[in-house]
Design a protein around this ligand. Structure first.
Ligand code: ARG
Ligand code: ZN
Length: 876
């Protein structure tokens, strides 16, 4: 265990490794508590390294058994070992073979990093620094080697033995043991190593790549759950085909294996040829998974598969370049889902996530650039900023240079950097070349933290009939970055007249062509556009499609929003208008103003009757969450006031729209067999949102309808949505439904996670007690990350009024749990603790309580490095 956290590691100190590892042979003898690992490394000095440097290998929690150099056992005096490394002061000048034998205890490994047990199976997680918990190694992404892995185990315990690459040999051994040898011909860093041993069921399919390579695709899951992997398999095939068509990328081994495990710190891992998944992102059936779960399975399956090129074939030089693989791969999976489903709906959902996670991160003490320049605990940098904002940068690049130059740049990248460990500069150089354009200002998106604000000022002169639009940018200070420079911000725009007609964008500007197409780039601090010949001030639709991860200020006026809600032909901004109208009303209510919201209700009513895209309509009727409201307010937040105002708006609209909502329910009653496709999911989403809003306006009717819906539901989407509505209306109906849900799904941990989550988010005083009881429930466990997140993560992120309870009771139970998790699983504890990062935006009393809570964590003397890093930065 690393504790206290090590000194910061800095990008500017990067130096190539002193040694190169040409090949690695690994021999595993699997055992529940004493797994023997022998590693045979072919090493030589790196001509680019420091001459005469010692060989230093990383290690963590290893028991060293023996070492030999070029076949000769080494005396204890010939090397040095500490808790974190292995050192040969004077290694041979020429190439040499180093063999190291270590013992590891997979059962005691509760951190879920390195080799560990999940249920009855052995599995690994090596990114970012788990491989050093398996054997001493150059645990850094720029040390690429070719791996051969031999695994031995009891055949009865682990009939299945998997590792990276292709299977080259397998057979029986004496005493009930057996073995398998895997060889991965592609050089890779050790974070992409994987091993699985166990007894699992599987489904397989043959896939032929476009150039004719036959690949056997397999997904391994718990016995009895094979059928629940069908959708993941289907998504995998579609992702493989899509990557061939859209990016020209083909798969490169004879097998592609996916293993689902139930104990996993993150979503999934792209190990070469052997992806290991949190089973939440593999298993799906109509009875157990919601439409959102299906979409997430599809996205994560695609994401990990896409890493085969963006991450594996081309990896990262160092962990500062994490966004090079993650941001780019998220962009790729977003585009895939957009092509598989509704592009507009996908974009809206991605932006909702971005704002809810990344904007909040960027506005608080944990803000960091997409490419950070220092870190103490790398596992804490698998953030929304690296992933989500990283993807936005790639998207902006496409917008900025155009799809054609973007596609050529990607092609250059894939060709030129294949087999290497690359940097963000390498990546950008490909697009500078394909677009024949300087990208040095654009590169600031990678190095500058904080969400840029685009300030909008408009003026219309009836005399001259000139409408002028001034856009100014600024980026607020973030930790360690006081001064910010202007960014290149692509801004898509349109103008609408009072009747809702889209106006031609005529200017006398030097860049009139660009403007006419509705795309400009704001690269200086301020830019003014003048549109002559406008009789009246138009409504401005800006940042269409969310063309840049920025915030617009000041908020658009109500009349303009109503016009955009009715007429904007950009679905994103049409949705944005509904959100902005809701925000205006809620904040007016917070200020104590009386609101009727007739015009807003009318606008929504028209949208309901005119829209032929149910998924979109559902999103327009989903108002900003309490977390969204807190982020928008940004200071002096009182969660109770936000909750009350939001509830009041929903009550008003639910009441005003009663007839339209009831019609939706009639029209969209589920018929026929369940299908997870986007159109069917959209109809379910609209039905369920309508029911929920109707219940907000009329509790008695809502309860009755939600109970009926719950009882009639034949799939998890409807079931859970009805339960969610009942959770809000309360009473016996709710308690009965929760009890029945539990009885029905008691054996199904992924479904029981939902049961825990939903209860944790009930916005009522009694929930604190309920959560304490659930922490003591026989099915609860702090050691399973999904379960811990289901209860504690949902409570902290999804129940602002209880988490931030005035008496500090929410923080108390949360911090107690984080402190208990930390010694077992620091990554999980650290991640959960980030829920307190926005403490400075709270009103003074809660701010004090939240700060005390964070200080209580920071004061734990045995705190892990990961959690210490979050607590310290959050308090700084
Ligand atoms: N590379 C994985 C992905 O596709 C994430 C693994 C990160 N794991 C960790 N412990 N930091 O997103
Ligand atoms: Zn990834």
């Amino acid at each position: 265990m690393r504790n206290p956290p090590p000194q910061p590691i800095r990008l500017k100190d990067y130096a190539p490794p002193d040694f190169l590892i040409d090949s690695v042979e690994l021999f595993f003898s699997l055992h529940k508590s004493k797994t023997r690992v022998r590693s045979r490394l072919a090493l030589r000095r790196n001509p680019k390294g420091r001459s005469g440097a010692p060989l230093v290998l990383d290690g963590d929690d290893l028991t060293l058994e023996r070492v030999s150099l070029d076949g000769r056992p080494l005396d204890r005096e010939a090397y040095e070992t500490g808790p974190e490394n292995f050192k040969l002061a004077q290694p041979p000048e020429g190439p040499f073979i180093l063999e190291i034998e270590t013992l590891v205890d997979p059962t005691a490994n509760t951190q879920l990093s390195g080799l560990y047990r999940s249920g009855a199976n052995y599995c690994t997680q090596c990114e970012a620094q788990g491989f050093r918990r398996i054997t001493y190694f150059l645990d850094r992404p720029d040390a690429l080697a070719v791996y051969t892995t031999r695994i031995e185990a009891d055949k009865s315990e682990a009939p299945l033995l998997l590792s990276n690459g292709d299977l080259v040999e397998a057979g029986a051994l004496e005493a009930g043991r057996h073995f398998a040898v895997w060889r991965d011909p592609y050089p890779k860093p050790c974070y992409l190593f994987a091993l699985v041993g166990g007894d699992l069921g599987s489904i397989s399919r043959d896939f032929t790549t476009k150039s004719g390579r036959k690949v056997k695709l397999s997904i391994f899951v718990e016995h009895g759950k094979e059928a629940r992997a069908d959708y993941a398999m289907d998504a995998l095939e579609r992702a493989m085909r899509w990557d061939e068509e859209r990016f020209g990328r083909e798969y490169d081994l004879d097998v592609f294996n996916i293993v689902a495990v139930s104990d996993f710190n993150m979503g999934a891992m792209e190990n070469k040829g052997l992806n290991i998944f949190n089973d939440k992102y593999v298993l799906a059936s109509p009875q157990t998974a919601t439409d959102a779960d299906y979409a997430a399975v599809e996205a994560v399956i695609a994401h990990e598969y896409f890493h085969n090129w963006t991450g594996n074939r081309i990896t990262c030089r160092d962990w500062f370049q994490l966004c090079l693989k993650e941001g780019l791969t998220v962009y790729r999976d977003q585009e895939f889902s957009a092509d598989m489903r509704s592009r507009a709906v996908k974009r809206i959902n991605d932006v909702r996530t971005l704002r809810l996670t990344q904007f909040v991160e960027d506005a608080g003490p944990l803000a960091h650039p997409v490419r950070p320049d220092s870190y103490r605990a790398i596992d804490n940098f698998y953030t929304a900023t690296v992933y989500e904002k990283g993807a936005e940068i790639v998207r902006m690049l496409n917008t900025l240079i155009g799809a054609e130059a973007f596609a050529r740049g990607m092609e250059i990248y894939f060709t030129r950097f294949d087999g290497t460990a690359a940097t963000v500069e390498d990546f950008l150089s490909c697009f500078a070349e394909s677009a024949k354009r300087d990208l040095s200002q654009f590169a600031r998106w990678y190095s500058q933290a904080g969400t840029p604000v685009v300030e909008v000022a408009t003026r219309h002169d009836p005399q001259t009939r000139v409408f002028s639009l001034t856009l100014s940018q600024s980026t607020p200070p973030t930790p360690g970055q006081e001064q910010k420079l202007p960014l290149e911000i692509p801004i898509a725009l349109a103008l609408f007249d009072a009747a809702g007609n889209k106006l031609a964008l005529e200017t006398n500007d030097a860049k009139a062509d660009e403007i006419a197409q509705g795309r400009i780039v704001l690269s200086s601090e301020t830019r003014t556009l003048r549109f002559p010949n406008l009789a009246a001030a138009p409504s401005v639709s800006l940042l269409r499609g969310f063309s840049a991860p920025a915030r617009l200020e000041p908020p658009v006026g109500e009349a303009d929003l109503l016009r955009l809600l009715a007429h904007d032909d950009d679905p994103f901004n049409r949705w944005q208008a509904s959100q902005s109208l809701a925000l205006r009303s809620i904040f007016a209510r917070v200020r104590g103003e009386e609101r009727t919201d007739d015009a807003f209700a009318d606008g929504l009513g028209r949208l309901i009757s005119q829209s032929n895209d149910p998924a979109f309509t559902a999103l327009a009727l989903t108002f900003p969450s309490e977390a969204d409201l807190a982020r928008e307010q940004g200071e002096d937040v009182d969660p109770d006031a936000l909750h009350a105002a939001r509830k009041a708006l929903r009550e008003t609209l639910g009441h005003a729209l009663k007839t339209s909502l009831a019609k939706i329910l009639e029209r969209l009653t589920e018929q026929g067999a369940y299908s997870p496709d986007a159109a069917s999911a959209g109809r379910r989403a609209l039905h369920n949102v309508a029911l929920d809003l109707l219940a907000a306006g009329d509790g008695a009717l809502g309860t009755q309808l939600a109970e009926a819906h719950f009882n009639a539901a034949r799939n998890m989407t409807d079931r859970l949505a009805a339960l969610g509505t009942l959770a809000l209306v309360g009473g016996d109906a709710r308690e009965n439904a929760f009890a029945r849900f539990y009885e029905e799904f008691a054996e199904d941990s992924l479904v029981i996670d939902k049961w825990f989550s939903l209860q944790a988010t009930i916005p009522e005083e009694a929930t604190t007690r309920r959560v304490l009881d659930l922490l003591a429930h026989k099915d609860f466990s702090l050691s399973n990350p999904n379960r811990a997140r289901a209860l504690l993560g949902a409570f902290a992120a999804g129940n602002p009024t209880r988490f931030h309870a005035r008496d500090g009771s929410g923080y108390a139970l949360f911090v107690d749990a984080v402190i208990s998790i930390d010694p077992k699983n620091p990554q999980l504890a650290a991640r959960l603790l980030t829920s307190l990062r926005s403490w400075r935006t709270l009103e003074p009393d809660r701010r004090r309580l939240a700060e005390e809570a964070l200080r209580r964590v920071a004061a734990v003397p045995t705190l892990s490095g990961d959690t210490n890093d979050i607590a310290t930065r959050a308090l700084a």
